[in-house]
Design a protein around this ligand. Structure first.
Ligand code: ATP
Length: 348
């Protein structure tokens, strides 16, 4: 294990930022810490880095205890490096000097710098100073510099958040290659679930200072442990219902329920992609049908806004995500079938 975090809690005054975190990170892996603003992501990274004094719990890096109540190894003595949102490049040094400084006096320094420059694609602006670089270029230099330290663990705190979408994809892709080719491990902080899925082997989902779920992107997406995790991947349709006869009624029809007792109140999460639509010639008189309010073309996919009536004739506004070439006109009738892989039922 490159990192073990044990019983880590942290408060600012009487504000609890982290509550009893426990997790490990395997060698050569990329882990995302995913959660909303204020859930404690940066606090966690700063404690692992040694920038924030630990209050309770233990941190082991490469099996070596680096922090507990009576020990706090300074950042420069830990086998880590970090990139924060503001990059923090040395303003008085050129790009080359920034990278060279980070490489220190390593025996293989020349070769290492050449490799890092090549991998981070910073060849074209080696003589420039940070203030004359674009955001994307500064990002690359910050990554190059953090890699030149040859860390066992790289900590990236929302490093991509200021970049435009195309540049972001390109730099995320290059960062992945960089980390993999140097056989480092990395923790990437993000509040974007898609970014977390794309980047990492494992996702740690946090909310309000606690770890809500740890798993592979596939596990988190298809087996979310609660309503919060299920709602992380874009918008959802959520209905309140009750288990009766191993199923529950929703405005989109009856859904089978496993492992929950009769009379249990539940929240039913139906992802837009669970709702498959079929154009009908005339309105259908059953709950598994709707009237289209609007169809929004998004390229590969389309979002269909529609209303459905429940059993008591109350109207519900529903979003369905379908293939981009299916764009039913306003006021048309559609029948609904549901893909249970994208439906989650939680006790309420
Ligand atoms: P963001 O995504 O907005 O950066 P985060 O998930 O990284 O948020 P933290 O920055 O770790 O969250 O903050 C966790 C909680 O601790 C928040 O409620 C925050 O207001 C509080 N907090 C963080 N730093 C301090 C500080 N130095 N003093 C007091 N409270 C703090």
């Amino acid at each position: 294990m490159i990192l073990d975090v044990k019983q880590l809690s942290h408060s600012y005054g009487d504000k609890e930022a982290l509550n009893n975190l426990n997790f490990s990170i395997k060698d050569n892996s990329i882990v995302s810490v995913l959660g909303p603003s204020g859930c404690g992501k940066t606090t966690l990274i700063r404690i692992i880095a040694g920038l924030e004094h630990i209050q309770s719990g233990e941190i082991f890096l490469d099996k070596l205890l680096v922090a507990n109540k009576s020990l706090n190894l300074p950042p420069e003595q830990r086998p880590i490096s970090y990139v924060f949102q503001d990059f923090a490049l040395f303003p008085h040094m050129t790009v080359f000097e920034n990278i060279s400084f980070a490489a220190g006096s390593k025996a293989n320094k020349k070769q290492l710098i050449e490799q890092v420059i090549h991998l981070a694609k910073v060849n074209n602006f080696l003589d420039k100073y940070p203030h004359s670089l674009s955001g994307g270029e500064q990002q690359r230099v910050a990554l190059a510099r953090s890699i030149a330290v040859q860390p066992k663990l790289l900590l990236l705190d929302e490093p991509f958040s200021d970049l435009d979408i195309n540049l972001k994809r390109e730099i995320i892709d290059d960062t992945l290659h960089l980390i993999n080719s140097l056989e480092s491990s990395a923790i990437v902080v993000t509040h974007n679930a898609e970014e977390a899925m794309f980047l990492s082997d494992t996702i740690i989902v946090m909310n309000k200072g606690i770890i809500v779920q740890i798993g592979t992107p596939h596990e988190i997406y298809f087996n979310p442990t609660n309503l919060y995790v299920a709602s992380l991947f874009g918008e959802t349709n959520i209905f309140q219902s009750k288990v009766i006869d191993h199923s529950c009624i929703t405005p989109l029809g009856r859904i089978k329920v496993k492992n929950l007792p009769n009379n249990q109140n539940v929240d039913v999460v139906i992802r837009p992609e669970a709702i498959k639509l079929n154009l009908e010639k005339s309105p259908l008189l059953n709950p598994n049908s709707g009237i289209v309010v609007d169809s929004k073309f998004l390229g590969n996919s389309a979002i269909i806004h529609m209303t459905v009536n429940d059993e008591k004739n109350n109207k519900h506004h529903i979003h369905s995500k379908v293939m981009g070439n299916f764009l039913p006109p306003q006021a048309s009738s559609v029948s609904v079938t549901l893909d249970e892989d994208h439906i989650f039922i939680f006790p309420r």
